[in-house]
Design a binder for this molecule. Structure first.
Ligand SMILES: O=c1ccn([C@@H]2O[C@H](COP(=O)(O)O)[C@@H](O)[C@H]2O)c(=O)[nH]1
Length: 332
């Protein structure tokens, strides 16, 4: 089978680590260009066993590789981004991880941005190793961005934030996830005070009461999601057209942005919105969930598009429809 991209020029998406020596174009700028060129849609590559079977492929590393390369062949150069889900590759061991590497290389060759959905997070010293694996130029597992978990504290992500900035890559930090179990953690209130912005930049949050606060006053209480968003806002301050540290905010979360007091307007970074398609969110949810931040939303659908395969023209039709729906909802 030919592995030539199906066509369509990607604007402003020069992959990170593509050489040249000059400072890399930041991920936020590259993603903004790709969304303008192709619409605000990310196609998830999730080679579920059931999908492999439906496509006539075996549930093996070879099947996962073939599935993924067919998706890239059909849609490369035509959508803003691909989001391969690492779990579906890792379940096949080292050969599966090699299939993920091949998928990332094929997407890079097709000129389409990749978000590796691996949701990594650990203490800072270990986070450095994850950053090295997924964000370093020349690493076979490096895409253009990585999903990360802030639940060891946002500061533990610093090695990833720093390496992403140095290499023109991006992060998507879990904030308000699309699953129904997320609120028990993400809506919880915390004694931590979010970092606050000043005209000159970022001021770290005070650790205790300020001198004009009565000692008995209860410290301000923000939700976990609001604190995570405020940290991202602090990192992205001043970036144009937007910063490179985005958030994961599911399209299925209803009014949780408002009810948790999460200030998405201030984030100034991309918002990856899974939950479109198979999890039930559509045009209406995309239009109503993100408020004034909707222009920075990248809608993400995996099974909703992949189920249309394996014929390339059917995949393309499903992706085109999803991109049109997302464009109407988010940019109309
Ligand atoms: O909050 C989140 C974060 C990540 N995901 C991932 O996105 C895809 C969704 O797949 P669909 O087939 O479109 O439901 C999957 O890889 C999840 O792990 C999410 O759904 N929600």
């Amino acid at each position: 089978m030919s592995r030539t991209p199906a066509g369509g020029a990607a604007v402003g998406t020069t992959p990170a680590g593509s050489g040249g020596g000059a400072s890399p174009v930041p991920f936020g700028a590259r993603l903004a260009g790709a969304m303008d060129a192709h619409g605000p849609l990310c196609v998830g590559i999730d080679p579920h066993a059931t999908l492999l079977q439906a496509w006539g492929l075996e549930d093996s590393a070879a099947g996962v590789r073939e599935f993924s390369l067919r998706v890239v062949d059909a849609l490369g150069g035509q959508v803003a981004a691909f989001k391969p889900q690492a779990a579906f590759y890792e379940r096949h061991g080292s050969a599966g991880v090699a299939a993920l590497e091949d998928t990332l290389a094929a997407a890079r060759a097709a000129g389409t941005l990749t978000i590796v959905d691996a949701k990594r997070g650990d203490i800072g010293s270990t986070m450095s190793a994850y950053a090295d694996a997924f964000l370093r130029d020349g690493s076979p597992l490096a895409g253009d961005a990585l999903t990360v978990s802030p639940y060891l504290g946002f500061g533990s992500l610093e090695p990833a934030v720093n390496l992403a900035e140095a290499t023109g890559r991006g992060l998507f930090v879990l904030c308000l996830t699309s699953n129904k179990e997320g609120p028990e953690v993400q809506h919880a209130r915390t004694g931590a005070t979010p970092p606050t912005m000043t005209g000159d930049g970022v001021t770290p949050a005070p650790s205790g009461a300020s001198s004009d606060t009565p000692p008995s006053a209860t410290p301000p209480s923000a939700t976990v999601a609001a604190v995570v968003a405020a940290h991202a806002a602090a990192v992205n301050a001043g970036a144009a057209p937007m910063g490179s540290v985005g958030l994961v905010v599911g399209a299925t979360i209803g009014d949780a942005v408002t009810s948790t007091g999460t200030d998405l307007d201030a984030v100034n970074g991309p918002l990856l919105a899974p939950g479109v398609g198979a999890q039930g969110a559509g045009e209406k949810e995309l239009a109503t969930t993100f408020g004034r931040a909707r222009g920075r939303v990248l809608a993400s659908s995996s099974r909703g598009i992949l189920r249309a395969g394996p014929a390339p023209h059917d995949l393309r039709a499903a992706a085109r429809q999803a991109a049109e729906d997302a464009t109407r909802a988010l940019r109309g």
